[in-house]
Ligand binder design. Structure first.
Ligand SMILES: Cc1ncc(COP(=O)(O)O)c(C=O)c1O
Length: 427
């Protein structure tokens, strides 16, 4: 094509398109979601509004990002090199919608061992992280207008996905653990009295994001029973399950139900690296096959799947996860003790038993004011309102502090900085 042709066509295209507001053309599923700036989203993701800070030595308690020094770079590099040396051609070709079969088998063996159940590769479909799994489950089972139950508070990323599927979201208070399943049942009964049926319940039972809470076995058993009786699918998000500090959490909802009515979503993000973008759906065969029907993206990366098969299959992941548990336990201890020492009158919280988050209630000031004053002190963290459907209308007092990314030395300085932030805003 000549240069003149290009510029003529470009001029025609510009004449018709210039000035068109693309947001007027959005699908309904995109239009219900808040706008996002591609330049500002950066590398942290998009779901959390971080307080911006100009501080010379900022401390990042914002996102659920793994400890940067723990990333197993050498192990992953060796595995990728080995793939190139041995099976480069299939690794660089499409790999199919379910993912590399050997990786599915390795994950099945590992999850079977961790959860104490029998699983085969057929129970797994590999996805782009846990969030890709959540999206694929929603694509497969949710119609616009379907009702989904979520915990209150809940992980904001999953809420975006569910809302993006034009579903009605009903929140059930997480609150005190013992009565959670009863609250779910009351909600279902109330809805059914109005002629409504919930299709799906989304839960993070272990080291919850944002609350840090872990569901007891009794509640798991009751929840499985309630959801089965009302025929509500459970989507069980296992993002933080393996990252307990001392003892593993109780058996998964999937194990309690032997997989009946439970779709589990897992990920290598928090136990290896978020940049891999490799996760999975674990479910009974008909569910996995149904998810396969609606997968349009040609599957995940065969190169990464093969490398992960070598890395995870070699057993190297087990000591790595053990090491992570120690790192996060020490980080949690450091954060808890600095907050107790410096902020006792201003912050109320329970210590998590694992995972990345400490959920704290601010006393005498709103979370938003504390977040803004915290930014002046170089602290970046999320106000709790991010984790509710109705945002500020629902919660103005909590903050979520991620303990995973900051160094131990930085964490030790969080208490004094928080204290100064509170002193700026408490009268
Ligand atoms: C509870 C929960 N689920 C899922 C995800 C998504 O993680 P990924 O898609 O990286 O596996 C996150 C990330 O923060 C999370 O906190």
């Amino acid at each position: 094509m000549t240069q003149t042709n290009v510029s003529t066509r470009a001029a025609i295209a510009a004449k018709h398109w210039e000035g068109q507001d693309v947001t007027e053309l959005l699908a309904r599923s995109a239009a219900v979601l808040p706008a996002i700036s591609a330049t500002e989203a950066g590398t942290q993701g998009r779901s959390i509004v971080f307080s911006r800070t100009e501080h010379a030595s900022p401390i990042n308690l914002g996102g659920g990002i793994p400890d940067p020094d723990s990333l197993p770079v050498a192990g992953l590099q060796a595995a990728i090199n080995k793939v190139f040396e041995t099976t480069s051609e299939p690794a660089l070709r499409y790999g199919g919608i379910f993912g590399f079969e050997d990786l599915r088998a390795v994950v099945a063996e590992r999850q079977g061992r961790i959860q104490g159940i029998k699983l085969s590769y057929e129970n797994f479909l590999m996805t782009h992280g846990g969030s890709g799994g959540i999206d694929a489950v929603c694509d497969t089972f949710l119609n616009p207008g379907d009702v989904c139950i979520v915990e209150r508070p809940h992980f904001s990323g999953s809420l975006r996905t569910i809302r993006g599927h034009l579903c009605e979201v009903v929140e059930v208070e997480l609150g005190e653990d013992e009565l959670f399943a009863e609250r779910v049942e009351e909600t279902l009964q109330r809805m059914e009295a109005e002629g409504k049926h919930a299709k799906l319940l989304y839960t993070v039972p272990d080291h919850h994001n944002p609350s840090g809470a872990t569901m007891s076995l009794a509640v798991r058993e009751k929840l499985v029973e309630v959801c089965a009786r009302h025929r509500v699918f459970i989507m069980e998000d296992m993002a933080y399950t393996e990252l307990y500090f001392d003892a593993p959490p109780p058996p998964s909802l999937y194990a309690v139900a032997d997989g009946h009515g439970v779709i589990q979503v897992g990920s290598f993000s928090k136990i290896i690296a978020t940049g891999l973008r490799v996760g999975w759906i674990q479910a009974r065969l008909p569910v996995i096959e149904s998810v396969g029907r609606v997968r349009f993206d040609m599957g995940g990366s065969p190169l990464l799947h093969r490398a992960l098969t070598l890395y995870v299959g070699s057993g190297d992941l087990e000591p790595h996860v053990d090491m992570l548990r120690g790192i996060y336990r020490r980080k949690c201890d450091a954060l808890v003790s600095t907050l107790r020492e410096h902020c006792e009158p201003y912050l109320r919280f329970e210590e998590p038993a694992g995972g990345f988050f400490l959920w704290a209630e601010c006393i005498g000031a709103t979370a938003q004011d504390v977040a803004e004053a915290g930014a002046e002190e170089g602290l970046t963290f999320a106000a709790g309102s991010n984790f509710y459907k109705d945002r500020e209308a629902a919660d103005t007092s909590h903050v979520r502090l991620a303990l995973s990314y900051a160094s131990l030395t930085e964490l030790e300085d969080v208490g004094p900085r928080f204290l100064r932030a509170f002193q700026r805003v408490v009268d």
